[in-house]
Design a protein around this ligand. Sequence first.
Ligand code: GLY
Length: 394
Amino acid sequence: MKPKFSSLFSVFFFAMTIVYGQNKNSPKFDVKKQLEYCAVQASKTLKVIPEDGTSPRTVPNGSKEWKFVGYKDWTSGFWPGELWYLYEASGDKKWEKEADKFTRFLTPLSVSKAADHDLGFQVFNSFGNGYRLTKNAAYKDIILKTADTLATLFNPKVGTIQSWPHNKYGGHNTIIDNMMNLELLFWASKNGGSKKLYDIAVKHAEKTMNNHFRSDYSSYHVVIYDYETGKKIKGITAQGYSDESMWARGQAWAIYGFTMVYRETKDQKFLDFAHKLARVYLDRLTTEDLIPYWDFNAPDIPNAPRDASAAAIVSSALIELSSYTKDKNLKNEYLSKSKKMIISLSDNYQSREVNSAFLLHATGHKPAGSEIDCSINYADYYYLEALLRLQKLK
Ligand code: GLY
């Protein structure tokens, strides 16, 4: 089907606003300059990483020093993923060499027992991006093995992956973040892996769609199911303010996750659902700069910490969601709000001289008192992804 002239026009108009600025009075937003900034910061980080197989995860508020983690950490795929994106952005072999090195540190994940659902974040952001850019057959082998490992956490009686086998909630738990890791299963099923992986991913997405959301389409963080009957027991939070609050990053994972599931399945119900998830997020976003508080129901708003990582995830997801959107006004809304988020992050949230991450003001686990208002590698990863997606629109 030919694209309508009106939608072609809106994409052209949007691209022009990126090149020439939003209007005569606003300075031009230069995506390339932001990508170069990320490369400068990452070069500084490379100089301080110990030669022990670890990678940078977080810089605490007030510190300049990265905290490093081993391959088992749930965030271990983001740093190699950033390096692959920098290679993609520049074509500079220096980044490919570093990306390959940090990616390979994660190899044991493909042959170990599955600890939790995070295998997708870990292996698809590292080996997945690496394979996409290099077609290295060794990477593919590791991705396929890891997809089979992740699938061992699927409980057919429930119809979802058990996200945190180590957590004893008195039932089978699934967290909204787990939606992101279905991408690994979809990819494997289409690239030589078992077709069952596709079915598992679809079942997980369907069950999540039907059980993980309140009537206003805001997401629970964790849903507990009965192991045997598969019936939902309750929805609760782990990292949000309360069981009934809207944790910003949880909603961000949901928007990104269901948009990706539509890409992989082309099933309209997932696209319709992604729009609803984006709607509640955008309608409830009260901050002028579109960077959310860490939880939309935090009691100390407007003094609550922000979460730049949620903004980075949503800004990237909205660019993809806009590409599946025929409604001209909605498409423009997604693109203009995504761009505003990316500009806010670039203008007011960059770490610059504070530390060598890309961004400040992310919040990891507020209820546990950990990683509050700090730099975190997944904020950087999705910020870089959003910049690349924005650049590709041109
Ligand atoms: N997946 C864990 C988090 O979003 O903090």
